[in-house]
Design a protein around this ligand. Structure first.
Ligand code: FES
Length: 139
């Protein structure tokens, strides 16, 4: 997350407002659907920092948006891997990474990079566990 004093207007070029910070439960997440590809999970920490990751655990595709945030990481609800919110990396001894998305907060609104939303991580296979959607390639 980048908390900046941006010269943002409600229609900042290149950024898409997805929700208010207060729409995200503390220590939880909100899912942002995309026209293509899997949803993005937007997380809120105890001190109101906001991060965005693909809603897909690097282990077996569990729904990270349903995990619990602790510190600057989220615990996957399926097998309890710990995923760093800043870069999506699994904490040792586990290995793997889920794609991270650029995220900004301005005037209480969460903004995601519009280009990334449209193009980032569209080619990942459907998860082996967790929620399905047509976008994820499930029946
Ligand atoms: S799917 Fe997330 S820990 Fe296994």
């Amino acid at each position: 997350m980048h908390r900046e004093n941006l010269p943002m207007t409600p229609a900042a070029p290149g950024w898409t407002a997805v929700c208010a910070v207060d729409d995200i439960p503390p220590l939880g997440a909100r899912r942002v659907a995309r026209p293509q590809g899997m949803a993005v999970a937007v997380f809120r920490t105890a001190d109101d920092r906001v991060f965005a990751l693909l809603d897909r655990c690097p282990h077996k595709g569990g729904p990270l948006s349903q995990g619990i945030v602790h510190g600057d990481a989220v615990a996957c609800p399926l097998h309890n891997w710990t995923i760093a919110l800043v870069d999506g990396n699994a904490r040792a001894p586990d290995e793997g990474c889920t794609p991270a998305f650029a995220c900004r907060v301005h005037d209480g609104q969460v903004w995601l990079d519009a280009q990334q939303l449209a193009t980032h991580a569209l080619d990942l296979p459907a998860p082996l566990a967790g929620p399905c959607s047509k976008q994820a390639g499930c029946a």
